[in-house]
Design a protein around this ligand. Structure first.
Ligand SMILES: [Zn+2]
Length: 106
């Protein structure tokens, strides 16, 4: 039997694979709509996975303000892909800082 443990890329939590799952940085339906291959995956524990989706909901928006027309317009799928990428990086940074502040307060 192989070792089926996984480590969460965000918080470092090590568990059996049932609790640490492969997560697509760009949701599959979004990369599909943008005509791109599936994005890279990272291992995430249930907690971080849940938090990341909440994060995506607040960080990734469907509309963007266009200063030229002074109107909101729908984002293209390409723009959304970029949003998901930067939202993921921000999330990781945010969690890293949380980890640091926990360590420093000890
Ligand atoms: Zn985690």
């Amino acid at each position: 039997m192989t070792d089926v443990r996984g480590t969460c890329k965000v918080c470092g939590y090590v568990s059996h694979l049932g609790a640490v799952a492969q997560h697509h940085i760009i949701p599959k339906d979004v990369s599909k709509q943008a005509g791109m291959p599936e994005s890279a995956t990272v291992n995430l524990c249930c907690n971080c996975h849940f938090e990341l989706y909440t994060w995506y909901r607040t960080k990734v928006t469907d509309m963007v303000y266009d200063p030229e027309t002074k109107r909101f317009r729908d984002k293209s799928w390409d723009e959304k892909v970029k949003d998901y990428e930067s939202a993921f990086n921000e999330f990781k940074k945010y969690r890293d800082e949380q980890k640091k502040s926990v360590r420093e307060s000890k």
